[in-house]
Design a protein around this ligand. Structure first.
Ligand code: BG6
Length: 481
């Protein structure tokens, strides 16, 4: 890329030897470079506690790229490798950043904190003390931002002492996914849906994020958070807000985020009673996933735990558009298949003219947005089965596959590019994070008050029985049932 944002000259990854950098950040930067989207002269500086020279870091990054299936283009690699540098640092102390400040030489920089959020405040202070927080500098924060509303406010406040909000980029990698960005286009670049996008036409919404993977080695982090805080607080509530928000005046970052905030403010808070009726938690036991026998969560963790690896809950949005339309959210580890999907279920026909046999064929229209593994938007429509026998009906999908056969981008590519371009639309604003936490605290508190322990489910199943009862209570069912 040429001269769009010539001011950013350094991108520092704190935590450069960690898992996120290896799986997401460094490959994303390589692919951006391959598409010539990185600014000329941008240096990428890895930083971590361990001592390593530049050559060793370049070798480490090359090893990461070699392990990927896409293959490495030598010309791109040469250009990319020249950008790489490494600087060991103790990020929590101003003095620990002395060597880094010599590499940065006062140039405008992006600091990516791929570190434990408990360090964010200390790192910001250290950057400030070392003169590394200049007015053009930006900071990128990974989730989880806190453990509840109070701790997230504390982290945000510490960061804000050094970086004002316009320079803080809070990542929710779901917002970088192509299909998630496409939700905005689907809703606001078509006239078709908007008149139907309300409680007159929509019966309910289901959002499922199902994973086949277990928690595995991540349990020290996961055990403290659980599925509610790990997935619902961020990714799933973000999806919900994009579905539920009012049309913004324009696509500007604050116009969109203002609308998302209004949805979060309209979420009906949970009461103690709701714990039993509205939210189910589960934990996987041993079972079979994709033909393989797998261990229980407690076996992976090496002891008993009260952490949930599955959540299903009902969210109600108390506003004119959505009154009476439940949003059912479900996420879990060790489920039968990997699937991230939003389904908008329309209301049934008010009256059928087709007679008994055809009536049995009828199903209400449904818009299904598949985010992964396939990327597809399909509208389920009723039509007549061909033939001379009496009228029979069938539901067929009108499908818009988003798979163009090309490489699927890593969500972080979009997000890293946007930080470089200083475009905060796909980043989470402070008030969004804090409101999302406040609602999640209500769910967690109602579980705690009622002493609701996670219900067991066999790995490879769709969660505990309560998850089915949650929908049955209102005469509905999960779409895979
Ligand atoms: C992360 C969670 O934020 O998202 C993980 O911490 C989860 O537990 C992951 O596995 C899911 O992301 P994706 O992009 O694979 O759906």
């Amino acid at each position: 890329m040429s001269d769009l944002t010539p001011q950013i000259q350094r991108l520092v990854i704190f935590g450069a030897t960690g898992d996120l950098a290896a799986r997401m950040l460094l490959p994303s930067l390589y692919f951006l470079d391959s598409d010539k989207l990185l600014p000329d002269g941008l240096k990428i500086i890895g930083s971590a506690r361990s001592e390593m020279d530049r050559d060793a870091f370049v070798k480490l990054v090359r090893g990461i790229m070699d392990k990927r299936s896409e293959g490495v283009d030598e010309a791109v690699w040469k250009r990319f490798a020249e950008r790489l540098d490494y600087c060991a640092a103790d990020v929590t102390k101003g003095a620990g950043l002395k060597a880094l400040s010599e590499v940065i030489e006062g140039r405008p920089s992006i600091y990516y904190l791929a570190l434990s959020p408990s360090l964010y405040g200390a790192v910001c202070r250290a950057l400030d003390e070392s003169g590394l927080s200049c007015g053009e500098c930006r900071i990128v924060l990974e989730k989880p931002l806190g453990h509840d509303a109070e701790s997230s406010r504390a982290i945000n406040a510490e960061v804000a002492e050094v970086f004002e909000e316009s320079r803080v980029f809070r990542i929710d990698h779901y917002l970088g996914k192509e299909t998630v960005q496409n939700l905005i286009a689907l809703r606001f670049a078509n006239t078709l849906f908007e008149p139907l996008w309300n409680n007159l036409a929509i019966d309910h919404v289901q959002i499922t994020v199902a994973e086949t993977e277990g928690v595995g080695d991540r349990w020290p982090y996961y055990d403290e958070y659980g599925a509610l805080r790990d997935m619902v607080q961020n990714h799933m509530l973000q999806l919900l807000t994009l579905i539920a928000m009012e049309p913004p005046a324009d696509a500007g970052a604050d116009s969109v985020r203002d609308e998302k905030v209004k949805v979060l403010k309209s979420l009906r808070p949970f009461s103690r009673h709701d714990a039993q009726q509205m939210a189910v938690r589960g934990q996987y036991k041993a079972g079979v996933v994709e033909g393989k026998t797998v261990k229980s969560y407690e076996e992976e963790r090496g002891g008993p735990s009260q952490t949930e690896t599955f959540v299903a809950l009902r969210a109600d949005i108390d506003n004119w558009r959505w009154a009476g339309v439940p949003f059912f959210l479900r996420t879990g580890k060790r489920l039968p298949e990997r699937r991230t999907q939003i389904a908008i279920q329309f209301k049934p026909l008010p009256h059928s003219i087709f007679g008994q046999a055809a009536d049995n064929d009828l199903s209400a229209n449904r818009l299904v947005i598949d985010l992964q593994p396939k990327e597809d938007i399909s509208l389920l429509l009723m039509n007549r089965r061909p033939g001379l026998a009496g009228t029979r009906l069938q539901a067929l999908p009108l499908s818009l596959s988003l798979d163009d056969g090309g490489r699927r981008r890593i969500a972080y590519e979009r997000l890293l590019l946007d930080v470089i371009l200083n475009n905060p639309q796909l980043f989470v604003r402070r008030d969004e994070v804090e409101l999302a936490w406040a609602w999640i605290d209500g769910v967690a508190d109602s579980w705690a008050d009622s002493g609701q322990a996670p219900r067991p489910y066999a790995a490879g199943s769709w969660g505990p029985a309560g998850a089915f009862a949650l929908l049955e209570r209102s005469g509905r069912a999960w779409l895979d049932e």
